[in-house]
Design a protein. Sequence first.
Length: 350
Amino acid sequence: MNEAVRTRRAAAPLAALVCAAVLAGGTPQAAGTAPAKGVAEAARPLPALYREAAAAAARYEAATRKVAAQRAAVARAERAVSRGEHRLRRLHRRLGAVARRQYQQGGWAPATRLLTTGSPGTLFDQLRAQHQGDHAFDRLLHTTEAVQRQLDRQRAHRRTVLGELKAEADRRRRAQRAVERRLTQAGRRAREAREERAARAAGPITRAALRSGGEEAKWVAPVESYTLSAGYASAGKRWAHSHTGQDFAVGTGTPVRAVGAGTVVRTGSGGPFGNHIVIKHPNGYYTQYAHLSRIQTRQGDRVHAGEQIGLSGSTGNSTGPHLHFEVRVTPDVGSGVDPLPWLRSRGVHV
């Protein structure tokens, strides 16, 4: 039973959120390289990948509902087995008590004691008591055997429902992996498509530079002096589900820098991010800088790694001065990846 419980609890809550995002038509949740499954699968159109992910998410939800029903069936089977075992123990104790009385009294049919009885009435009373005692013992033994058979059936039923629960949990895990695999493939295909479009627009000479990140792939931290505070995917009362970026605790007016070369594709104010900037980088990623006190760039501007683009602040949904920094695979919220590993993989010490 402990193994089955661990199996039921093994499903990651994050997978359920990924499934919900797919069903709602969400964007890819992370970038990466999907397992190789042949040229045909790698070249599958992006809409088809999202449809397959949505179908896998629907299978995951159906399996989750079935697992819940089977979990209740397992609980009922466990209670039935427990009641049966308790009743059988009581019957065994009663049989033991009867056996001890028989031994202490010399058995139900001590012939020598009956034949030496002086009164016929006493003899008949003893014979009747002997018969009644034998009948009661037989009934008790029959009941014990019936309870034992019922308990064996209940244990067999418990094994069956546990096996069904394990099989359904396996199906749910396979559906979860299918969702994650399709989303990874879709994210990779989207990035490749953006890189190809940018490469065609720039010409064949700069294609390698675009794929490697451009400008010698130089990257820096978004601020110079800081303390890391709320991290990616952390829980908090000020965001709906989980934190979508990494917070850098700094004082108001701290210079904020572009982490890499790119083009400013969005600037804005108001809303939960307050004053914010979104930069598109040649490698297909986007970075966002939020809660700024001042924006010092404009949409369409080309920026270099380390170039000052604004000043930190506490605008929007914020409790104090800090920089909210995100890395995304699209310009929109909800397509983020963990910023710290992303920066570290590019040589930035954070």
